[in-house]
Write a protein of this length. Structure first.
Length: 77
């Protein structure tokens, strides 16, 4: 399933609150930012914030981006 489809499915889930949706959005932004990086490079929090804004028209803060990057770095994201 594509990142977009997973994100849209999650955002429609009435069981999730706003904070949980923000986490999912940040994780999706990390995945897209990582796909755009050069091989063996990690995206920065600023790049993740930019992807969220430009691709999803959503605002996340650098702290949310860093948390999502940490999750992705563990292989959970």
């Amino acid at each position: 399933m594509t990142i977009w489809r997973k994100l849209l499915t999650a955002l429609k889930d009435d069981r999730l609150d706003e904070a949980e949706r923000d986490v999912l959005l940040a994780q999706a932004a990390v995945r897209i930012a990582a796909d755009r990086c050069a091989p063996r490079q990690r995206p920065t929090a600023d790049e993740v914030v930019t992807v969220a804004r430009e691709e999803f028209a959503a605002l996340i803060d650098p702290g949310q981006a860093r948390a999502a990057l940490a999750t992705w770095g563990r292989g959970d994201g």
